[in-house]
Design a protein around this ligand. Structure first.
Ligand SMILES: NC(=O)c1ccc[n+]([C@@H]2O[C@H](COP(=O)([O-])OP(=O)(O)OC[C@H]3O[C@@H](n4cnc5c(N)ncnc54)[C@H](OP(=O)(O)O)[C@@H]3O)[C@@H](O)[C@H]2O)c1
Length: 263
Protein backbone atom coordinates (compact mmCIF):
# COMPACT_ATOMS: atom_id res chain seq x y z
CA UNK A 1 0.00 0.00 0.00
CA UNK A 2 1.44 3.38 -0.98
CA UNK A 3 1.18 5.66 2.04
CA UNK A 4 1.97 8.77 0.00
CA UNK A 5 4.97 9.69 2.14
CA UNK A 6 7.67 9.71 -0.54
CA UNK A 7 9.65 12.97 -0.34
CA UNK A 8 7.79 14.20 2.76
CA UNK A 9 9.84 15.65 5.62
CA UNK A 10 9.20 14.30 9.13
CA UNK A 11 10.67 15.89 12.25
CA UNK A 12 10.87 13.56 15.23
CA UNK A 13 11.47 15.22 18.57
CA UNK A 14 13.37 12.60 20.57
CA UNK A 15 14.11 10.35 17.63
CA UNK A 16 17.40 8.97 18.91
CA UNK A 17 15.94 6.01 20.79
CA UNK A 18 12.90 3.79 21.32
CA UNK A 19 9.63 4.70 19.64
CA UNK A 20 11.06 7.83 17.98
CA UNK A 21 13.97 6.00 16.39
CA UNK A 22 11.75 3.15 15.12
CA UNK A 23 9.39 5.76 13.68
CA UNK A 24 12.31 7.39 11.85
CA UNK A 25 13.20 3.97 10.39
CA UNK A 26 9.66 3.36 9.13
CA UNK A 27 9.44 6.86 7.60
CA UNK A 28 12.70 6.23 5.74
CA UNK A 29 11.39 2.89 4.43
CA UNK A 30 8.36 4.80 3.10
CA UNK A 31 10.64 7.20 1.20
CA UNK A 32 10.31 10.17 3.59
CA UNK A 33 13.18 12.29 4.93
CA UNK A 34 13.70 12.44 8.67
CA UNK A 35 15.18 14.81 11.22
CA UNK A 36 15.88 13.50 14.72
CA UNK A 37 17.07 15.14 17.90
CA UNK A 38 18.04 14.31 21.46
CA UNK A 39 20.37 15.52 24.20
CA UNK A 40 22.88 12.71 24.47
CA UNK A 41 25.53 13.05 21.73
CA UNK A 42 26.58 9.38 21.77
CA UNK A 43 23.00 8.15 21.48
CA UNK A 44 22.42 10.59 18.65
CA UNK A 45 25.56 9.52 16.80
CA UNK A 46 24.63 5.85 16.99
CA UNK A 47 21.01 6.60 15.95
CA UNK A 48 22.26 8.64 12.99
CA UNK A 49 24.71 5.89 11.95
CA UNK A 50 21.91 3.35 12.17
CA UNK A 51 19.56 5.45 10.01
CA UNK A 52 22.33 6.15 7.49
CA UNK A 53 22.78 2.39 7.10
CA UNK A 54 19.15 2.29 5.87
CA UNK A 55 18.93 5.40 3.70
CA UNK A 56 20.78 7.98 1.64
CA UNK A 57 22.76 10.70 3.41
CA UNK A 58 20.42 13.37 2.00
CA UNK A 59 17.42 11.81 3.80
CA UNK A 60 18.70 12.02 7.38
CA UNK A 61 19.38 15.05 9.55
CA UNK A 62 20.20 15.12 13.25
CA UNK A 63 21.02 17.87 15.71
CA UNK A 64 21.49 18.04 19.46
CA UNK A 65 18.46 19.65 21.06
CA UNK A 66 16.90 19.72 24.50
CA UNK A 67 13.18 19.93 23.73
CA UNK A 68 12.54 21.80 26.98
CA UNK A 69 14.65 24.73 25.75
CA UNK A 70 12.79 27.01 23.39
CA UNK A 71 15.96 28.27 21.68
CA UNK A 72 17.16 24.69 21.04
CA UNK A 73 13.81 23.71 19.55
CA UNK A 74 13.69 26.76 17.30
CA UNK A 75 17.26 26.15 16.10
CA UNK A 76 16.54 22.47 15.37
CA UNK A 77 13.34 23.19 13.43
CA UNK A 78 14.94 26.03 11.45
CA UNK A 79 17.98 23.89 10.54
CA UNK A 80 15.71 21.02 9.49
CA UNK A 81 13.66 23.28 7.22
CA UNK A 82 16.84 24.75 5.72
CA UNK A 83 18.34 21.29 5.17
CA UNK A 84 15.27 19.73 3.54
CA UNK A 85 13.55 22.81 2.09
CA UNK A 86 10.44 22.48 4.28
CA UNK A 87 8.61 20.35 6.84
CA UNK A 88 5.42 18.26 6.51
CA UNK A 89 5.17 16.20 9.71
CA UNK A 90 5.98 16.70 13.39
CA UNK A 91 6.13 13.77 15.82
CA UNK A 92 6.48 14.72 19.49
CA UNK A 93 8.10 11.60 20.93
CA UNK A 94 10.69 12.98 23.33
CA UNK A 95 10.18 12.15 26.94
CA UNK A 96 10.48 9.96 29.93
CA UNK A 97 8.30 9.40 32.94
CA UNK A 98 8.91 10.00 36.60
CA UNK A 99 7.74 7.46 39.15
CA UNK A 100 6.54 8.54 42.58
CA UNK A 101 3.52 9.16 44.77
CA UNK A 102 2.21 12.69 45.41
CA UNK A 103 4.26 13.27 48.59
CA UNK A 104 7.45 11.89 46.98
CA UNK A 105 7.48 14.20 43.99
CA UNK A 106 9.47 17.41 44.47
CA UNK A 107 8.60 20.80 42.97
CA UNK A 108 11.60 20.40 40.68
CA UNK A 109 10.25 17.09 39.36
CA UNK A 110 6.81 18.63 38.79
CA UNK A 111 8.42 21.51 36.90
CA UNK A 112 10.49 19.10 34.79
CA UNK A 113 7.42 17.06 33.87
CA UNK A 114 5.43 20.15 32.96
CA UNK A 115 8.35 21.43 30.91
CA UNK A 116 8.79 18.09 29.10
CA UNK A 117 5.18 17.03 28.60
CA UNK A 118 3.78 20.49 27.96
CA UNK A 119 6.13 23.33 27.05
CA UNK A 120 8.31 21.12 24.84
CA UNK A 121 5.26 20.36 22.73
CA UNK A 122 4.14 24.00 22.70
CA UNK A 123 7.62 25.13 21.55
CA UNK A 124 7.80 22.49 18.81
CA UNK A 125 4.32 23.18 17.44
CA UNK A 126 4.86 26.95 17.40
CA UNK A 127 8.20 26.53 15.63
CA UNK A 128 6.97 24.07 13.01
CA UNK A 129 3.60 25.75 12.31
CA UNK A 130 4.78 28.33 9.71
CA UNK A 131 6.53 25.57 7.73
CA UNK A 132 3.44 23.35 7.69
CA UNK A 133 1.32 26.30 6.59
CA UNK A 134 3.78 26.99 3.75
CA UNK A 135 3.19 23.42 2.51
CA UNK A 136 -0.57 23.94 2.60
CA UNK A 137 -1.02 21.69 5.64
CA UNK A 138 0.62 18.87 7.54
CA UNK A 139 0.46 16.41 10.40
CA UNK A 140 1.26 16.60 14.10
CA UNK A 141 1.34 13.43 16.17
CA UNK A 142 1.72 13.70 19.92
CA UNK A 143 2.87 10.58 21.74
CA UNK A 144 0.93 10.15 24.94
CA UNK A 145 0.21 7.42 27.49
CA UNK A 146 -2.87 5.52 28.66
CA UNK A 147 -2.08 7.14 32.02
CA UNK A 148 -3.65 10.34 30.66
CA UNK A 149 -7.08 8.76 31.05
CA UNK A 150 -6.28 6.15 33.68
CA UNK A 151 -3.97 7.70 36.25
CA UNK A 152 -1.91 5.52 38.56
CA UNK A 153 -1.00 6.76 42.04
CA UNK A 154 2.67 5.85 41.71
CA UNK A 155 3.06 8.00 38.59
CA UNK A 156 1.11 11.07 39.65
CA UNK A 157 3.21 13.76 37.90
CA UNK A 158 3.46 11.88 34.62
CA UNK A 159 -0.25 11.05 34.58
CA UNK A 160 -1.39 14.60 35.38
CA UNK A 161 0.81 16.19 32.71
CA UNK A 162 -0.23 13.53 30.17
CA UNK A 163 -3.88 14.42 30.80
CA UNK A 164 -3.08 18.07 30.10
CA UNK A 165 -1.36 17.16 26.85
CA UNK A 166 -4.33 15.07 25.72
CA UNK A 167 -6.61 18.04 26.31
CA UNK A 168 -4.23 20.40 24.48
CA UNK A 169 -4.02 18.01 21.51
CA UNK A 170 -7.80 18.05 21.17
CA UNK A 171 -7.97 21.86 21.19
CA UNK A 172 -5.12 22.11 18.70
CA UNK A 173 -6.74 19.58 16.38
CA UNK A 174 -9.65 22.01 16.03
CA UNK A 175 -7.64 25.22 15.79
CA UNK A 176 -5.03 23.86 13.36
CA UNK A 177 -7.62 22.10 11.19
CA UNK A 178 -8.22 25.61 9.79
CA UNK A 179 -4.68 25.40 8.35
CA UNK A 180 -5.27 21.83 7.09
CA UNK A 181 -2.97 20.51 9.83
CA UNK A 182 -4.23 17.24 11.30
CA UNK A 183 -3.36 16.76 14.97
CA UNK A 184 -3.67 13.33 16.61
CA UNK A 185 -2.38 11.42 19.62
CA UNK A 186 -1.01 7.93 20.03
CA UNK A 187 -1.51 6.64 23.53
CA UNK A 188 0.95 4.03 24.72
CA UNK A 189 0.68 1.33 27.33
CA UNK A 190 3.85 -0.64 28.03
CA UNK A 191 6.26 -0.62 25.10
CA UNK A 192 9.64 -2.34 25.16
CA UNK A 193 12.10 0.49 24.57
CA UNK A 194 15.30 1.83 26.15
CA UNK A 195 13.15 3.45 28.83
CA UNK A 196 12.00 0.00 30.02
CA UNK A 197 15.41 -1.53 29.40
CA UNK A 198 16.89 1.00 31.87
CA UNK A 199 14.26 -0.01 34.45
CA UNK A 200 14.91 -3.71 33.84
CA UNK A 201 18.68 -3.32 34.24
CA UNK A 202 18.18 -1.36 37.45
CA UNK A 203 15.64 -3.65 39.12
CA UNK A 204 16.36 -7.12 37.69
CA UNK A 205 19.76 -7.12 35.98
CA UNK A 206 20.18 -10.90 36.32
CA UNK A 207 16.75 -11.89 35.09
CA UNK A 208 16.35 -13.19 31.54
CA UNK A 209 14.92 -10.22 29.56
CA UNK A 210 12.17 -12.34 27.97
CA UNK A 211 11.05 -13.58 31.40
CA UNK A 212 11.16 -10.02 32.75
CA UNK A 213 8.81 -8.71 30.04
CA UNK A 214 6.49 -11.74 30.31
CA UNK A 215 6.31 -11.13 34.03
CA UNK A 216 5.65 -7.42 33.53
CA UNK A 217 2.77 -8.10 31.14
CA UNK A 218 1.26 -10.50 33.67
CA UNK A 219 1.68 -8.11 36.63
CA UNK A 220 0.11 -5.24 34.66
CA UNK A 221 -2.76 -7.44 33.38
CA UNK A 222 -2.21 -6.63 29.71
CA UNK A 223 -5.06 -8.46 27.96
CA UNK A 224 -2.93 -9.24 24.89
CA UNK A 225 -0.54 -11.00 27.26
CA UNK A 226 2.65 -9.18 26.25
CA UNK A 227 4.27 -5.76 26.22
CA UNK A 228 4.32 -3.93 22.88
CA UNK A 229 7.28 -3.41 20.55
CA UNK A 230 8.45 0.00 19.29
CA UNK A 231 7.70 -0.95 15.67
CA UNK A 232 4.07 -1.62 16.61
CA UNK A 233 3.82 2.01 17.70
CA UNK A 234 5.87 3.34 14.77
CA UNK A 235 3.46 1.85 12.22
CA UNK A 236 0.51 3.62 13.88
CA UNK A 237 2.38 6.96 13.90
CA UNK A 238 3.37 6.59 10.26
CA UNK A 239 -0.20 5.68 9.31
CA UNK A 240 -1.45 8.88 10.99
CA UNK A 241 1.15 10.86 9.02
CA UNK A 242 0.12 9.23 5.76
CA UNK A 243 -2.36 10.11 3.01
CA UNK A 244 -4.44 7.13 4.20
CA UNK A 245 -5.34 9.05 7.36
CA UNK A 246 -6.49 12.20 5.54
CA UNK A 247 -9.72 12.56 7.56
CA UNK A 248 -8.37 11.50 10.95
CA UNK A 249 -7.95 14.50 13.25
CA UNK A 250 -8.48 15.05 16.95
CA UNK A 251 -8.28 11.33 17.61
CA UNK A 252 -6.29 9.23 20.04
CA UNK A 253 -5.21 5.79 18.94
CA UNK A 254 -4.51 3.53 21.89
CA UNK A 255 -1.59 1.26 21.18
CA UNK A 256 -1.59 -0.63 24.40
CA UNK A 257 -2.73 -4.24 23.95
CA UNK A 258 -6.23 -3.47 25.36
CA UNK A 259 -4.84 -2.34 28.71
CA UNK A 260 -7.19 -0.20 30.80
CA UNK A 261 -10.93 0.36 30.86
CA UNK A 262 -11.31 4.07 30.08
CA UNK A 263 -13.53 4.78 27.09
N1 LIG B 1 7.86 2.89 26.46
C1 LIG B 1 6.69 2.99 27.09
O1 LIG B 1 6.20 2.00 27.67
C2 LIG B 1 5.94 4.30 27.09
C3 LIG B 1 4.67 4.33 27.67
C4 LIG B 1 3.95 5.51 27.66
C5 LIG B 1 4.48 6.63 27.08
N2 LIG B 1 5.73 6.59 26.54
C6 LIG B 1 6.24 7.84 25.94
O2 LIG B 1 6.68 7.60 24.62
C7 LIG B 1 7.74 8.51 24.28
C8 LIG B 1 8.93 7.73 23.76
O3 LIG B 1 9.43 6.93 24.84
P1 LIG B 1 10.39 5.68 24.63
O4 LIG B 1 9.83 4.59 25.43
O5 LIG B 1 10.67 5.49 23.18
O6 LIG B 1 11.68 6.21 25.43
P2 LIG B 1 13.23 6.19 25.12
O7 LIG B 1 13.65 4.96 24.40
O8 LIG B 1 13.87 6.50 26.42
O9 LIG B 1 13.42 7.43 24.12
C9 LIG B 1 13.17 8.74 24.55
C10 LIG B 1 13.74 9.70 23.52
O10 LIG B 1 13.42 11.03 23.94
C11 LIG B 1 14.64 11.78 24.01
N3 LIG B 1 14.51 12.80 25.04
C12 LIG B 1 14.14 12.66 26.35
N4 LIG B 1 14.14 13.84 26.96
C13 LIG B 1 14.53 14.76 26.04
C14 LIG B 1 14.76 16.15 26.05
N5 LIG B 1 14.58 16.88 27.16
N6 LIG B 1 15.17 16.74 24.91
C15 LIG B 1 15.36 16.03 23.78
N7 LIG B 1 15.15 14.72 23.69
C16 LIG B 1 14.75 14.09 24.82
C17 LIG B 1 15.73 10.75 24.31
O11 LIG B 1 17.02 11.23 23.95
P3 LIG B 1 18.02 11.88 25.05
O12 LIG B 1 17.78 11.20 26.36
O13 LIG B 1 19.39 11.66 24.50
O14 LIG B 1 17.69 13.33 25.11
C18 LIG B 1 15.27 9.63 23.39
O15 LIG B 1 15.63 9.90 22.06
C19 LIG B 1 8.04 9.29 25.58
O16 LIG B 1 7.34 10.50 25.57
C20 LIG B 1 7.48 8.38 26.65
O17 LIG B 1 7.16 9.07 27.84
C21 LIG B 1 6.46 5.46 26.52
Amino acid sequence: MDLGLRGKVAVIMGGTSGVGLKTAEVFLKEGAKVAICGRNENRMKSAQDHLLSLAKKESVFSKACDVTLKSDVEAFITSTAETFGGIDILVNAAGQSVMGYFFDITDKQWEEQIQLKYFAIIYAIRAVHPYLVKRGGGRIININATLAKEPERHMVATAATRAGLLNLSKTLSQELALDNILVNSVSLGLIRTDQWERRRLKSSPDMDPEDYYKDLAKKRNIPLGRVGEAEEVASVIVFLASEKASYVAGSTIETAGAIGKAL
